[in-house]
Ligand binder design. Structure first.
Ligand code: GAL
Length: 437
């Protein structure tokens, strides 16, 4: 549960974080406008909380802002820095507890259900019906956006999480001639990169980044069914099995290929290491592609996107979405409806996802302008949905309730950061964390 009653305790901390991390942007001055002025006077200011502050992310969200401004609404940016959104969620809770929610907030996965059960989210059925969301969305996505059969969130995209990014020039320099498809092949390639005096794995230092790599490893080592049993169903037998021990051993081995400056590093700075030919590989979802794109890099020429070792037949998904908070003012409600409609509209679905590295969540979109990585993602999304390889990402809030997710992430990061912790202790602590209610 979101534990609203206990939230007051964290309010002080949350508002401190808000002060440090939040980059609020004032509503644009009404006159004079250097660019073409909106067709109509702003109808309402729409305040939108998100955590898209990296280069590629900021370019993407700017498109939503532009579309809303074109519809005559003023955009109030409520960006809370911190990839993965942990900081953003803390700040959001404090705003809601204080009775001052933003119009919309980036809320994903099972957390949507938790927020809706608190009675604070607006019903988006009218827009969803008018815009045909039921026919435009994969059922697996629509179900997550609904609470008790009513739409309470609008989906933005589909990110694939189980990607491995590689710099082509670095691989050439190190004599790595083919992209590793299994973990043993990966370690052989990483050894060559190390020998060439370069960093094999660019890694950042937050628990969600550790977990992004960890879930790749669990999937690659154990396969789709094991991933489901251990990570989604949190089955105690799977969590304490030899396969989990093997996953932790593999995970620890990856750490030996990272550089000592990784703790605390943001994910996009790790991506920059790959872009700038300082490191060979990064395990990260395809928002990393947004960084490559923003840097003018071309897939296949400058960099390679490939499924993380052993995971080519699976697809861990991460769907970004916005929920709207109940607001009394009718113009504010109209702005929310316009925002929801814009998010699912063809224009936004294309331009946003081209910048973000993800693929449109809206079905039957023209993919002509998308690159080969996005096309592969799109084909694999459909194919794995048929074979059972379509899996929710735990690292990105798609699979389990926030309390257990947070506890497991912490346990995995403790193992990652403490080389002295035995694999058996790591297994036990993850299994214990999984029981958190
Ligand atoms: C994910 C989010 C992505 C991306 C990433 C890093 O949780 O779904 O859109 O922004 O965090 O910030």
């Amino acid at each position: 549960m979101l534990n609203f009653s206990k939230l007051a305790i964290v309010l002080a901390a949350a508002s401190m974080m808000a002060a440090c991390g939040k980059k609020e942007e004032a509503a644009p001055a009404p006159t004079p406008a250097p660019a073409p002025a909106p067709a109509v006077a702003p109808q309402s200011t729409v305040e939108v909380l998100h955590w898209w502050t990296s280069g590629g992310e900021a370019k993407s969200v700017a498109e939503l802002k532009r579309i809303m401004q074109d519809k005559g609404h003023a955009w109030k940016d409520f960006a809370v820095a911190g990839g993965g959104g942990d900081n953003a969620m803390t700040v959001l809770k404090s705003r809601v507890v204080a009775g001052n929610p933003p119009a919309a907030a980036q809320i994903k996965g099972p957390a949507i259900q938790e927020w809706a059960s608190e009675g604070v989210l607006a019903n988006l059925d009218e827009t969803a019906k008018a815009e045909n969301w039921d026919t435009l969305l994969p059922t697996v996505v629509a179900d997550v956006m609904k609470y008790n059969g009513n739409y309470v969130a609008a989906p933005v995209n589909v990110h694939r999480v189980n990607w491995m990014w590689a710099n082509k020039a670095v691989l050439d320099k190190a004599g790595v001639t083919s992209v590793p498809k299994t973990w043993p092949e990966f370690f052989a390639a990483a050894d060559k990169v190390k020998k060439a005096g370069l960093i094999a794995v660019a890694h950042g230092g937050q628990n969600w980044q550790d977990f992004t790599t960890f879930e790749d490893v669990v999937l690659g080592v154990g396969g789709s069914k094991f991933y489901q049993d251990a990570m989604v169903k949190l089955d105690a037998k799977a969590l304490t099995s030899p396969t989990m021990a093997k996953s932790l051993e593999t995970f620890r081995k990856i750490k030996s290929y990272t550089d000592p400056a990784s703790p605390g590093r943001d994910w996009n700075l790790a991506t920059a290491m790959v872009i700038q030919e300082k490191a060979a590989f990064q395990f990260m979802g395809d928002w990393a592609k947004g960084e490559f794109a923003a840097a003018g890099k071309v897939p296949g020429t400058d960099y390679i996107c490939a499924a993380a070792p052993g995971t080519a037949n699976a697809y861990t998904f991460n769907v970004d979405s916005f929920a709207m908070f109940k607001l009394k003012d009718a113009t504010a409600q109209k702005a929310q409806a316009d925002l929801a409609a814009a998010i699912m509209g063809v224009e936004f679905q294309e331009v946003f996802n081209l910048n973000k590295g993800s693929i449109p969540v809206r079905l039957n979109m023209d993919m002509a302008k998308f690159d080969d990585c996005a096309k592969l993602s799109s084909t694999d999304f459909v194919a794995t949905a048929k074979t059972g390889g379509l899996l929710p990402s735990i690292a990105h809030g798609m699979a389990i309730k926030p309390a257990a997710e947070g506890a497991i992430k912490d346990a995995v990061s403790q193992f990652w950061n403490n080389d002295k912790m035995s694999v058996a202790d790591g297994v036990a602590s993850i299994a214990k964390a999984a029981a958190t209610k």
